[in-house]
Design a protein around this ligand. Structure first.
Ligand SMILES: *[C@@H]1O[C@H](CO)[C@@H](O)[C@H](O)[C@H]1NC(C)=O
Length: 259
């Protein structure tokens, strides 16, 4: 708050030496205009990165526009299809992925669905997330390490936009752990190789660029760690998707939990 209040006065004071340019008769030297433009751009970038400033409201709109890359957004769109495919197994859902608060809030609005969330990175938007975190429904956790949940705590675990940032060495531990905390299935939403655009902001947030793997890569990897694709549910999901004219822009894998 205080930052926002002090900004205008600082900017006013700063414009002192350049005050003349606003006078209609004065001539602006080309060099001065260039300098002013650069200063303006730098200020804008600063505001954008600060996030909490004037553009905070806009940021969400921007991420929605670019949302076609985001599989977390895809999870939200897919909830009706998931319900058709999983039925009763949607009663206790854990979502793992960035912006999990948005998915959890949406799931909680569904009838007969309880939902929890794990945010693999920093919880950014404390605003709408605050009460979910406060109630212990959403947690921040490094998914390279075992999750603090008992085996089979959830009927279904859904993960999106998170595994892409893990190397096979970590995937080898994280995927079995996600299967461990689920009782009736694990659903993976992941991008197609070559289709996804990496956002600069995301790169710095996750520390490494996302690696999109092909469907055959994933299937081979699941085999290595003895995770089975649930063909029956995958088929149900596909049929429900066709019925509701839903075309996922992410790869969706349906895996069985360990027994
Ligand atoms: C992952 O585990 C599988 C089987 O447990 C093993 O064959 C494979 O080499 C491991 N991969 C890595 C990168 O550790």
């Amino acid at each position: 708050m205080s930052r926002r209040q002090t900004n205008p006065s600082r900017r006013l004071a700063g414009s002192g030496p350049f005050g003349g340019i606003f006078h209609p008769k004065s001539r602006v030297s080309p060099l001065l205009s260039v300098v002013l433009i650069i200063v303006g751009v730098v200020l804008l970038i600063g505001l954008f990165r600060g996030g909490s400033g004037i553009f905070a409201g806009n940021k969400e709109a921007i991420s929605k526009v670019e949302g076609d890359y985001s599989c977390t957004l895809e999870v939200q769109r897919a909830i009706p299809i998931l319900k058709k495919a999983y039925g009763d197994n949607m009663r206790k859902v854990l979502h793992v992925g960035p912006d999990t608060c948005s998915v959890v809030s949406k799931l909680l609005r569904e009838e007969e669905t309880e939902a929890w969330g794990v945010e693999p990175y920093e919880i950014e938007d404390a605003g709408s997330c605050k009460s979910l975190v406060h109630k212990g429904i959403v947690r921040e956790a490094d998914i390279k390490f075992p999750l603090q949940y008992r085996p089979k705590s959830f009927s279904l675990v859904i993960v999106s936009d998170a595994l892409e940032y893990l190397s096979p060495k970590y995937l080898n531990k994280t995927l079995p752990d996600l299967a461990r905390v689920s009782a009736d299935g694990l659903v993976i939403f992941t991008g197609y190789p070559g289709k996804q655009r990496a956002k600069v902001a995301e790169l710095s947030k996750f520390g490494r660029p996302a690696k999109m793997r092909s469907s055959s890569w994933w299937i081979r990897f699941f085999g290595q760690i003895s995770l089975e694709v649930n063909e029956a549910t995958a088929k149900k999901f596909e049929q429900a998707a066709i019925k509701l004219s839903y075309k996922p822009s992410c790869q969706v894998f349906h895996l069985r939990s360990y027994h």
